[in-house]
Design a binder for this molecule. Structure first.
Ligand code: HEC
Length: 146
C-alpha cells in the first residue's frame, strides 16, 4: 500500500511537470519579455524627459523587472530549444547556471536600484544601471535579428 502511494505521488508529479512544460514556454517567455520591453520603453521616455516623471510608475517599472526575473529562467525547458520563432541561443542550455545567474542578477539589481528611486535624477541613474542587464544578456543568449 505504502509503495502504491509513493508510486502514485511520483506519477502525479511527473504529470504536473509535463503539464507545466506543455503550457508553451516559448510563448510565455516571449510574452514576458514583451511586457519588459513595453515597461522599458515607458521608462526610457521618462528618463529622457519625453514623458513626465511619475514616481509610482518608475517604481512599477522596476517591480515588473523583478516579477519577470522571478520566473524567467524556468521558461527554458530542454524541449524548448527550437520552434515557436524563438530567438533563444543554445548557450542558454549549455551554460544553464550562468544564464540562471544572469536572470537572478537582473532581478536583484532591479530590487536594489529600484529602492533608491525618489526623483527623476535617482530614476535616471537606477534605470541606466538596471538596463545594462538587457544588452549584456541579449548579447550572449539571444540571436540578433535584422
Ligand atoms: C538574463 C537574460 C535576459 C535579460 C536580463 C533580459 N532579456 Fe530580453 N530576452 C532574453 C532572451 C533569451 C530572449 C529571447 C527569448 C526567445 O525568443 O525565446 C529575450 C527577448 C526579448 C525581447 C523580444 C520579445 C519577443 O517579442 O519575442 C524583448 C523586447 C526583450 N527581450 C527586452 C528586454 C529588455 C528591455 C530587458 C531589460 C530591461 C531584457 N530584455 C532583459 C534574455 C534576457
Amino acid at each position: 500500500m505504502k509503495r502504491f502511494v509513493i508510486a502514485a505521488a511520483t506519477l502525479a508529479l511527473g504529470t504536473f511537470a509535463v503539464t507545466a512544460q506543455g503550457a508553451d514556454p516559448i510563448a510565455a517567455r516571449k510574452e514576458s519579455m514583451k511586457t519588459v520591453g513595453q515597461q522599458t520603453g515607458a521608462g526610457a521616455r521618462m528618463a529622457r524627459g519625453q514623458a513626465e516623471f511619475n514616481l509610482a510608475q518608475a517604481r512599477a517599472i522596476f517591480a515588473s523587472y523583478e516579477q519577470a526575473a522571478a520566473t524567467y529562467a524556468t521558461l527554458f525547458p530542454d524541449n524548448s530549444q527550437t520552434g515557436g520563432d524563438t530567438a533563444a541561443l543554445p548557450a542558454i542550455w549549455s551554460n544553464r547556471a550562468a544564464f540562471t545567474a544572469a536572470v537572478a542578477k537582473w532581478g536583484a539589481d532591479a530590487r536594489t536600484e529600484g529602492a533608491k528611486v525618489t526623483d527623476l535624477a535617482t530614476f535616471q541613474a537606477a534605470f541606466t544601471e538596471v538596463t545594462k542587464n538587457c544588452g549584456s544578456c541579449h548579447e550572449v543568449y539571444r540571436a540578433r535579428r535584422n
